[in-house]
Design a protein around this ligand. Sequence first.
Ligand code: SAH
Length: 350
Amino acid sequence: MKNLIDKLYKNNYLDFDEIVYILNHIENQGKDYLIEKAHETRMKTYGNKVYMRGLIEFSNYCTKGCKYCGINSFNKNVERYRLSLEEIQECSELGYSLGYRTFVLQGGEDNYYSDDMIVEIIKEIKNKYKDVAVTLSLGEKPYESYEKYYNAGADRYLLRHETASKELFEKIHINTDYNNRIESLWNLKKIGYQVGAGFMVGIPTQTKEDLAKDLLFLKELDPEMVGIGPFIPHKDTIYKNQQGGTLEDTITMIALTRLFLPHGLLPATTALGTIDPLGREKGIKAGANVVMPNLSPTTVREKYSLYNGKICTGDEAAECRNCIEKRIVSSGFSIDMSRGDNIKWRQNND
Ligand code: SAH
């Protein structure tokens, strides 16, 4: 085990069988060693910095049928909401005054917001603040739409691949095509975005082999960011009685991802903080280096319910910042409020 982890630390690569071996055999001691190596790797690339992003969840309307997701189009129990362009600007103003220099606009796949509207939102933020990065997370769109947003000034795009197993992907989605998802990620790269892929850990029936595929897919795509979180059942979905992903498995996957992609920006996700009160701190210690506190108005927070028990739904944005900052600092890391671009991407694009 130690030899394999050393090999991964040195080469930032292992083959499929080696990854599966690690996932099947790693025990406590091996996990500690893996986390130590992941931590060392992040110290070499980003040091002890943790980057902050302000998240604006602007719509929970969605046309998609992702079976695990609480805001999927079949769920009649969600109260749907949309933020107006003015409300979105207010969130960004509040965020800017709190020191945030990246805004993540996330929503369901909601056709109410035309490309022109999205372009207007991006332009307004980018014109107002010269030192801000705009990250979009709007799901799958045609190439031309991605291109319009990029030309309007969007810097980054988050689109998790969810799982790199085509078979599992097709099992957990209704009207979403695996090939289109993967093609969308390549399109985003081609256009010039800093791209965020990512996956869930502990999806019903997901195997170690499936998780090995995730790591190999990431190595091939080489995204600038990778969001990894545990699957958490949502009460209004068909997976409501299924087991969720565990803290341990998610931490292992974060640490492995850090070793595969030393320059990646890896969030300690809200989902990780939901399954364990110290989940995000543990994620950071295992190589994660981004947190995304919520800037959405507290009145809509509970409605953006992707999974059960989502944390921080009642905190004002300022409280969120203070709370997460204290947690990070007391874990021995430091807060970085700058744009926080991926350093490898910066080197290649300056
Ligand atoms: N519509 C956008 C944003 C999706 S929400 C898109 O398609 O990219 C952001 C992420 O939440 C998803 O990519 C998914 O990985 C995660 N998510 C959704 N439901 C979840 C659940 N039940 N448990 C854990 N994560 C979930």
